[in-house]
Design a protein around this ligand. Structure first.
Ligand code: CAA
Length: 293
């Protein structure tokens, strides 16, 4: 059955090569998913060789782990590893890509300049997907020559495990792009839903309200371990562990975007701001124990 709002799947174009902009943790998780499910060449790109090498090494390491666990045979592991490569210069490696996804810093100007650069080197029909978790797809596409090929393709952390994929139709996104996005999401074995191009889409908007209340409880003086302890057995992950997984800076960015859009409904927690200002990646101490500071 066609997912609600998805255009006719006959409009979908084949994806035979994937380009990924960024080689950080989210980008590398995406590379792993694309290579395992689509079995096509996947190229990770970033600003310097060290980051690119780290991204490719992550994917190779995860494939080795799957082999060691007996999930995939040696032949498949070798084949998948050979399909993943890295580059700094996108020019040549993206020229024959049909699907490019960006997973760079969550900042509109950065995303826009990435897409402007990518558009110079890809074919006019290559899909430009963004893994943004909160920003407007319409605005991101606005200055491009072909805004109709831009689509939101929002995954959740950890990418290998979380089943949902939010597909976001921007103001200019055409049916062929949307059909290709849905077909690709299906091939990646994700549950695809069409969401409106509104701040933080559906899941992060809901999470933003939830995390705002968590922040209020902490700001009112309840220690972090007590708040997290309250969740034992209720949710798969206590809230501050989820914050650590997502990254406090991304969580803060999300709630700030929402607060700008809906000032009466969202709360930016000073405790979260302090964690981000201190460049902490988590509310947990180095030994993994909860750190209420
Ligand atoms: N990467 C890859 N695989 C992982 C993983 C990771 N980081 N963490 C866990 N897994 C895998 C494990 O390998 C295991 O797989 P197998 O069963 O095949 O061996 C499976 O997940 C279950 O892992 P565990 O038994 O170790 O742990 P668990 O049962 O506690 O589950 C969890 C771990 C799936 C992460 C679970 O805690 C969970 O669902 N947490 C909530 C995560 C969540 O809500 N994510 C959304 C965040 S919001 C977001 O991402 C939006 C955004 O834009 C910022």
């Amino acid at each position: 059955k066609r997912p609600a709002g998805a255009p006719d799947k006959s409009l979908a174009r084949p994806v035979t090569k994937v380009g990924i902009v960024g080689a950080g943790l989210m980008a590398s998780q995406l590379a792993l998913l694309f290579v395992r499910r689509l079995e096509v060449p996947v190229v990770l790109t970033d600003l310097d060789q060290e980051r690119v090498d780290k991204g490719v090494a992550y994917v190779h390491g995860e494939i080795d782990k799957l082999h060691a666990k007996g999930r995939i045979g040696q032949d498949k592991a070798n084949r998948h590893k050979a399909l993943v490569s890295g580059a700094i210069d996108k020019g040549e490696v993206f020229a024959d890509a049909d699907f490019v996804i960006e997973a760079v810093f969550e900042e509109m100007s950065v995303k826009k300049s990435v897409f402007a650069d990518v558009e110079k080197v890809v074919s006019p029909e290559c899909i430009l997907a963004t893994n943004t978790s909160s920003l407007s797809i319409t605005e991101m596409a606005a200055d491009l020559e072909h805004p109709e090929r831009v689509v939101g393709f929002h995954f959740f952390n950890p990418v290998a495990v979380m089943p949902l994929l939010e597909i976001v139709k921007g103001g200019a996104t055409d049916d062929a792009t949307l059909a290709t996005a849905f077909a690709t999401g299906k091939a990646l074995k994700k549950t695809t839903i069409l969401v409106k191009d509104s701040p933080s889409f559906i899941v992060n908007r809901l999470l933003g309200r939830f995390m705002g209340e968590v922040g209020r409880i902490v700001d009112e003086g309840t220690p972090v371990p007590v708040v997290d302890g309250a969740f034992a057995g209720v949710a798969p992950m206590p809230p501050h562990q989820l914050l650590a997984l997502v990254g406090p800076a991304i969580a803060l960015h999300n709630v700030e975007t929402l607060e700008r859009a809906f000032p009466d409904r969202f709360y930016v927690s000073p405790a979260l701001e302090r964690v981000v200002a201190a460049r902490k990646t988590s509310y947990y101490g180095p030994d993994g124990a909860l750190d209420p500071e």
